[in-house]
Design a protein around this ligand. Structure first.
Ligand code: DQA
Length: 148
């Protein structure tokens, strides 16, 4: 059964609820995790919810996922705009990948308007707040059960 997914969060997302509420809302990282675990369980997905502030650790998480996961949901946060290493690691993962951004990166500073991963992922959600993760989980379940 293809039901193992990993949700990977990049730098500063552990501070959700405290940082820039005008961009990211008031939801805390713990509550986001709880919501994602609950929705995944409801849809029969086995999920690992992760976060790191360190680029190399994110690359290692992606590399480990190649063997053990069927799909990746990733909010690479600031590394979205800078990391060729994360892009290369994701490119090796030949299964569904969904990119999530809480804010609408295309409505923000110019440096955020470029994602280094958008052209290699399956699809993405941006600008819909923390609900974007839930939408990504729903889409991932469909992709993995070939219902999309
Ligand atoms: C973000 C957008 C990025 O530009 C920013 O660096 C983040 C969060 C988002 O979810 O909207 O940390 O990925």
């Amino acid at each position: 059964m293809n039901n193992k997914i990993i949700i990977i969060n990049g730098p500063n997302l552990n501070l959700l609820g405290e940082r820039e509420q005008s961009q990211y809302g008031s939801i805390t990282f713990e509550k986001l995790k709880e919501n994602c675990l609950q929705k995944s369980k409801e849809l029969g997905l086995e999920v690992e919810f992760t976060q790191s502030n360190i680029e190399g650790e994110l690359v290692s998480l992606i590399q480990k996922s190649i063997k053990k996961c069927d799909g990746i949901i990733i909010n690479a946060a600031a590394f979205t705009h800078t990391s060729v290493a994360i892009r290369d690691a994701l490119d090796i993962f030949k299964k569904p990948i969904i990119e999530v951004h809480i804010s609408n990166i295309y409505k923000r500073e110019e440096f955020r308007q470029k994602s280094l991963i958008s052209d290699i992922v399956t699809g993405g959600v941006f600008g819909l707040g923390a609900d974007g993760y839930i939408l990504a989980i729903i889409s991932m379940q469909k992709l993995l059960s070939n219902e999309n």
